[in-house]
Design a protein around this ligand. Structure first.
Ligand code: TYM
Length: 379
């Protein structure tokens, strides 16, 4: 894989090692999000977001162009997705929570793609029917976050292929095997479905005749690098992207929370006792070997997974987070106490989310893309 020599690897299908985000930005050729552009995003949104303040969204491509479109009245639309490989974990919610905020602040349409075909190709032993079942469960989590049913459309690849295929075909015509191989490291054993798949992930970028802004984990960037190369050749606009960092698994640091390892992830459907056990048993601690040393030396919040989950997701209140950070670093808060704070925050979030998730069952129909007519892009 390109870049593996840096000691970490980030691809759409896996993260290995501890990600150095400065080097990754260089390697992928994205722009760091900061300075004037970040100020402009906040100003146009009319509000700040804790994921911006804390650098959870740290990088972008062409965000300025999406904001230009907003300012000149054309507006941009939003697009993101999920490869339904299993249940939804907290890492998946990061781009979606932020996407919901973008929809609220900019009044933008949102397309959410569920790539059952991708997971059928890439996950050994998964049937297409299983992938579709996971897609339904993932869609409940998405809807539970409160997206506007009038402005949000869910797309399932194998169901909505009629809408996607003409766009995917145009993209595929401009990508050759060497391009995908260089981007994804495919081999002679790779299924031909996977080789074509990137064209399907590109397709929703062109559903409306205005720029798209895609909030997503940085691991998905390679797909859209290809899309961005192809778009001008088709007379279409390059997608703009805003990237989030990868939430580590419970056993972190390094790697990412992954749906492939249930014991390493917090799922949206975990019950309070499971959450408590997972965090107490597995969450990597930045504390000292014993309480006496911890009181004296304090803990390391940079590597402590419980602290990082609070910072990245569960504790939006800066003042509360700062108290937890200072307490842990000084040694007055122990690892056990920090874990208890995370368990409380995670279970409070999940209680509300699970209730909204059940309510979403009856609402899903209002979100599913209707094909054949009004939504067909005029060209
Ligand atoms: P998938 O299902 O692997 O992930 C869904 C979204 O969650 C992000 N993500 C994470 N973010 C933070 N921490 C983590 N540990 C973590 N794990 C996953 C991913 O970056 C992604 O944004 N092929 C895609 C599905 C897809 C898509 C898209 C994603 C189709 N169209 C457009 C983004 C944008 C996939 O398998 O994502």
């Amino acid at each position: 894989m390109p870049g593996a020599e840096d000691g970490f690897e980030v691809t759409p299908w896996g993260v290995r090692g501890s990600i150095d985000y400065d080097r990754l930005t260089e390697r992928f050729g994205t722009e760091r999000l900061g300075g004037e552009l970040l100020g402009r995003l906040r100003r146009l949104a009319g509000e700040d977001h804790f994921m911006l303040r804390r650098g959870i969204f740290f990088s972008h491509r062409d965000l300025g162009r999406a904001l230009d479109a907003h300012e000149d009245g054309r507006g941009f639309f939003l697009y993101t997705g999920r490869g339904p490989s299993g249940g939804t974990h907290i890492g998946h919610l990061v781009p979606w929570v932020f996407a919901k905020w973008l929809q609220d602040r900019f009044g933008a349409t949102m397309y959410f793609q569920l790539t059952d075909d991708e997971k059928f190709y890439s996950k050994k032993g998964m049937t297409l029917e299983e992938a579709r079942g996971h897609a339904y469960e993932n869609a409940l989590d998405f809807v539970a976050l409160g997206f506007d049913p009038g402005k949000t459309r869910i797309i399932l690849d194998t169901e909505h292929i009629r809408t996607l295929y003409p766009l995917a075909a145009k993209v595929a015509a401009k990508i050759n095997y060497s391009n995908t191989k260089a981007a994804f490291g495919f081999t002679g054993e790779t299924s031909i479905g996977m080789i074509f798949y990137t064209a399907l992930q590109s397709a929703p970028c062109f559903l409306e005749d205005r720029p798209v802004l895609i909030p997503l984990g940085v691991d998905q960037d390679p797909h859209f690098r290809l899309t961005r190369d192809v778009a001008p050749k088709l007379g279409l606009e390059k997608p703009a992207l805003i990237h989030n960092v990868m939430i580590p698994g419970l056993r972190g640091p390094g790697g990412k929370m992954s749906a492939s390892d249930a014991s390493d992830a917090l799922y949206t459907t975990d019950d309070p006792d499971t959450v408590k056990k997972k965090i107490n048993r597995r969450a990597f601690s930045g504390g000292q070997a014993d309480v006496e040393a911890h009181r004296r030396l304090g803990g390391d919040t940079d590597v402590d997974v419980s602290y990082q989950y609070l910072r990245m997701f569960f504790e939006p209140d800066d003042a509360k987070l700062a108290r937890i950070r200072d307490g842990y670093r000084s040694g007055s808060v122990t690892t056990g106490e920090l874990k208890a704070v995370l368990i409380g925050a995670a279970n409070r979030f999940l209680e509300g989310h699970q209730k909204r998730r059940e309510e979403a069952r009856g609402m899903l129909g209002r979100f599913v893309l209707e094909e054949g007519g009004a939504r067909w892009p005029e060209r």
